[in-house]
Design a protein around this ligand. Structure first.
Ligand code: GLN
Length: 538
């Protein structure tokens, strides 16, 4: 018999309340009590996945081992839980409709009218239970994107209502995340918006079991009692979620408020004593008590929106704590960067990271950044496009290959040092067709990466179309741009390093997707260490 328990997290009053962080924090606490937990996000938009979205829309696109392009909340889930997610952990309305329509075309509903209820809602219920049915998890937390009352979330809310009824009270609960605004003029916290959003949920037939209340000020017992009375929940199920200085404080805050205990009680599960957060708290202690501060430049073209580089920023937090160093990330817009102002803009930086990206905008700025880091011997990490830019810079300025470029930026370049693999040349669809997910890479022992990772073969996640062109490899290696990581099956170059430089690494993959609190990514740890050495020596 399948005994998986389900927790649904809905949002009310406002978007951006941090359902992902609350879900991940609760999951962390349950995991720390010995339960096997996973988290899933359902997104009510029509794109089949976020892979075709500009980062300005929903922030970074996060990539899983199995090559799913997903919402950035999955990054939080992995960083908190240290358990890999997969395609099944992120489902959009587009994907739901796509599979229902494919079934209709195959004749699976022959003779029937295909409708939102029951066909779309059944597909949603199926996707929710897919993870539970693997038998790998005791508890599945499903975060419903959007805000209750939105037109587009209705089928999800209906699916949750049905599942709650089918699974029974102690097997499925709803946590409603809401906002308690503070009205300055009245000097008061206000509960009315929450009462209304709980009522909206009730109109759809769902009673919230637990309320998590985002607030800038502590909730008095009176306010909690009022919320409980008017929202139909027990008072111990009104959980305060006060603004925190770091998202990594939220599990402890939720523990103090008893979110995990009330959840276990509602699900009829044993509380197994107290959660073991020893490792988590030792990370927090190091994060909060750094011994020095390094400044690292993040060169990208989406820097106006911090969420665009979420996983990179979080990787620096993990690597910083590991080195007991505070990493101050200084965003530099690549479009405003060139050889004439780079020295001034990079003044005081101890490391330079050129970010992933697509398209031509801002690439000359990125190349100027590479040149500066190379010549001034500042630690450099190039990720994906940042690695490709390093190859282009070296080809142009060291090998003297004038006009060297990626065919993504100039398809008629005389020296296509970065180009398309044959497999990519005939692809016309944009969605889900890049080189995606985990690929193996063998490391050269005597190299920075060889000394950094504790193993000879690594697996890292990819999301790109263009590749290092092996036709230039001999020349580049002879001139000092070493290949230190290669995929042996395909011959694709995955890592480059520069000789006679303290720390210069370009990687075709995305190390940032695999850094977690438990397991900070070795490349980021090594890069921050090199930046700290640069600080000491300069
Ligand atoms: N635009 C480049 C490519 O498609 C790099 C992609 C990236 O940085 N993720 O190969």
């Amino acid at each position: 018999m399948n005994t998986t328990k389900y927790i649904f997290v809905t949002g009310g009053v406002s978007s951006s309340l941090g359902k992902g962080i609350i879900g991940a924090s609760l999951a962390k606490l349950l995991q720390a009590r010995g339960y096997r937990v996973t988290i899933q996000k359902l997104d009510p938009y029509i794109n089949v996945d976020p892979g075709t979205l500009n980062p300005y829309e929903h922030g970074e696109c996060y990539v899983t081992d199995d090559g799913a392009e997903t919402d950035l909340d999955l990054g939080h889930y992995e960083r908190f839980l240290n358990v890999p997610t997969s395609q099944a952990n992120n489902v959009t309305t587009g994907r739901i409709y796509q599979s229902v329509i494919q079934k209709e075309r195959r004749g699976e509903f022959l003779g029937k009218t295909v409708q939102v209820v029951p066909h779309i809602t059944n597909e949603i219920k199926y996707r929710i239970q897919l993870l539970g049915n693997t038998g790998d998890f005791d508890i599945v937390i499903t975060e419903i994107g959007g805000t209750v009352g939105d037109i587009e979330s209705l089928p999800y809310i209906e699916a949750v209502r049905q599942l709650k009824w089918e699974l029974g009270d102690n097997n499925a609960i709803v946590i409603h995340l809401t906002l308690i605004p503070f009205l300055k003029a009245a000097g008061e916290l206000k509960t009315k918006p929450t009462q209304h959003s709980v009522k909206t949920l009730m109109e759809s037939g769902i009673n919230a079991d637990i309320l998590v209340c985002r607030t800038e000020y502590h909730l008095s017992n009176d306010i909690k009692r009022k919320l409980a009375l008017f929202c139909n929940v027990h008072q111990e199920a009104v959980i305060e979620s006060i603004d925190a200085s770091t998202i990594y404080d939220v599990p402890n805050l939720m523990f103090e408020e008893g979110l995990d205990t009330i959840t276990l009680k509602k699900l009829n599960l044993s509380d197994h004593g107290t959660p073991d957060l020893a490792h988590w708290n030792s990370f927090l202690k190091k994060h909060k008590n750094p011994k020095s501060e390094v400044k690292i430049g993040l060169i990208g073209k989406y820097v106006e929106l911090q969420d665009s580089y979420k996983s990179i920023l979080e990787s620096f937090i993990h690597a910083g704590a590991e080195n007991e160093v505070k990493v101050k990330v200084v965003s530099v817009h690549s479009e405003h960067l060139d050889e004439t102002n780079v020295a001034e803009k990079f003044k005081g930086l101890h490391g330079i990271l050129v970010a992933p990206g697509f398209g031509e905008r801002g690439i000359e700025g990125k190349i100027a950044a590479v040149k500066y880091a190379r010549e001034q011997k500042i630690p450099y990490l190039g990720i994906c496009l940042g690695m490709q830019m390093a190859v282009i810079e070296y080809s142009r300025n060291v090998l003297g290959l004038e006009g060297a470029n990626s065919t993504e930026m100039n398809k008629d370049t005389p020296c296509p040092v970065i180009g398309l693999m044959d497999e990519q040349k005939h692809i016309t669809d944009k969605g889900g067709t890049m080189r995606l997910g985990a690929w193996k890479c063998d490391l050269v022992a005597d190299s920075i990466v060889g000394n950094t990772y504790n193993t000879k073969t690594i697996e890292e996640r990819h999301r790109h179309r263009y590749e290092y062109n092996n036709e230039y490899r001999k020349q580049l290696e002879a001139a000092g741009l070493k290949t230190t990581g290669i995929n042996l099956e395909t011959g694709l170059v995955e890592i480059i390093e520069i000789e006679n430089h303290p720390w210069f690494v370009g990687v075709q993959f995305h190390p940032e997707y695999k850094s977690t609190v438990v397991s900070p990514h070795p490349l980021f740890v090594s890069f921050v260490k090199a930046a700290n050495e640069h600080l000491k020596n300069n």
